[in-house]
Design a protein around this ligand. Structure first.
Ligand SMILES: [Zn+2]
Length: 447
């Protein structure tokens, strides 16, 4: 651990360096866009080894369904597929196909029940506390997160990383925060200014001196998820959002090219989108949930008797969901081990909106959104996500069959020359996309 005082001094001085003041005083400017200020954390300089490694820019387009690029002729993404590798039938999100579980799974290689982020919001019976994605007190508290996010892995091995609005960017996990991160603000995040700033800041970070320059940059965009929810996946507004995000990818590609660095660019999404059917299904219509805590459709009881009773009441209640005792949830969902999942576990059989209770009288009770996700991707293929990647370490014009998104972690670690910990992912799944075939690397640890 670094000394606190030193940490503070450098944090303040570098905030100044990266801010608009330095932009003016430096004459031609550093290129940082003040619409999305970056916080600098002192993790020491890049090691000499790290400075010799290539660069990885990982972009997520929230809710970008596996078939949108071809459907809407997203020229930049389709060209990325021709220059490099892609999954034309999509990438499998982890269950549940929600934003927080999947973003954190993408950077740890662990299924949500192994990261602990089993939903966007959930209850932890052991802590007696609730996690909510939109509560900074919990979302930025590293003690909720297991696994070693790729940025912490890089920092551990002497390599700088930057994290621009990705899930868990602001939390200290596995001993580290990324050397550079942006503060998430739901109001400013989707503005064109903040979208453009992500691209300019990534390019500016890559122009820093070699000792300060991050080798891994993770960037998050909330579209086309918002449009998909509001208008539905097939609406003209969602198609327009798809093309807007594609144009931003084109801008990012051009900005990365101007750095002249060996950069692998990877574009993914967390999940897809499907048109929802019907109104809310309230589980308390079918079962007496007295004695249960509930977070949306997750059920937490204090007694085994309550679990058994509610399981039996829900078992044959509706064709719109299946209910399992947690230990019996089918293995392919990787969702039967973590008490945060609740017990029993309710799984939708179609694009249905399920919750334990309707809101209390007087509380707002909006209908389900037009587009939805969160479902089992094996059952509802509209949940599948995207995978496009190109760069100096990747083969050209290679396609891969749908694969579980946990496999990206060892693969991204390999691109950066990092030694990953054991995870749920396997480098062998994607080794055919690598120019070196996934051969062992000369790593910082293996030297
Ligand atoms: Zn969403």
């Amino acid at each position: 651990m670094r000394l606190r005082a030193l940490h503070h001094w450098i944090l303040v001085s570098l905030l100044f360096t990266l801010g608009p003041a330095a932009h003016n005083s430096a004459g031609q400017g550093t290129g940082f866009n003040p619409a999305l200020p970056l916080t600098r954390v002192d993790n020491g300089p890049n090691s000499a080894w790290a400075q010799k490694q290539h660069y990885l820019v990982l972009v997520s387009l929230d809710g970008f369904r596996w078939d949108y690029a071809k459907r809407d002729n997203a020229a930049h993404l389709l060209s990325l597929a021709r220059q490099g590798v892609s999954a034309p039938q999509g990438m499998m999100p982890s269950y549940p196909s929600l934003t927080f579980p999947n973003h954190y799974t993408l950077v740890t290689g662990l299924y949500p029940e192994h990261t602990g982020i089993v939903a966007n919001s959930f209850f932890d019976p052991a802590r007696g506390a609730r996690y909510a994605y939109n509560d900074p007190e919990t979302a930025n508290d590293g003690s909720w997160y297991s696994g070693i996010p790729l940025w912490s892995l890089a920092e551990t091995q002497g390599m700088h990383a930057a994290c621009i609005l990705w899930v868990a960017c602001e939390a200290k996990i596995a001993g580290f925060r990324p050397s550079y991160y942006a503060h998430y603000d739901a109001k400013t995040e989707p503005t064109p200014e903040a979208q453009q700033a992500r691209i300019e800041n990534a390019a500016a970070l890559l122009r820093l001196p070699a000792a300060d320059r991050p080798h891994f940059i993770a960037i998050y965009f909330s579209e086309p998820d918002h449009s998909g929810h509001h208008y539905g996946p097939d609406a003209p507004e969602t198609r327009a959002a798809v093309l807007k995000m594609d144009a931003l990818i084109g801008k990012l590609e051009s900005a990365l090219k101007t750095t002249g660095l060996p950069i692998d660019l990877v574009v993914v999404s967390d999940h897809g989108m499907v048109k929802s059917q019907g109104d809310w299904i309230n589980l308390d219509q079918f079962a007496d949930l007295t004695g249960f805590d509930a977070v949306k459709d997750h059920l937490y009881a204090k007694s085994e008797a309550d679990r058994t009773r509610v399981y039996n009441q829900l078992k044959k209640a509706s064709p719109q969901f299946i209910v399992f005792r947690r230990k019996d949830v089918p293995a392919d969902l990787n969702y039967n081990q973590n008490p945060r999942e609740g017990d029993p576990v309710v799984i939708a059989t179609g694009p249905y909106a399920i919750r334990a209770h309707a809101p209390a009288a007087g509380e707002p009770n909006p209908p389900p959104t037009t587009g939805m996700h969160g479902f089992d991707p094996h059952r509802i293929p509209e949940m599948k996500a995207i995978f496009f990647a190109a760069g100096p370490d990747l083969v050209v014009e290679k396609t891969v069959a749908p694969f579980d998104n946990v496999n990206l972690y060892p693969w991204m670690a390999h691109l950066l020359g990092l030694t990953p910990p054991k995870s749920d992912g396997d480098l062998g799944i994607l080794s055919g996309t690598l120019r070196d075939g996934g051969a062992p690397l000369e790593t910082e640890q293996g030297k």
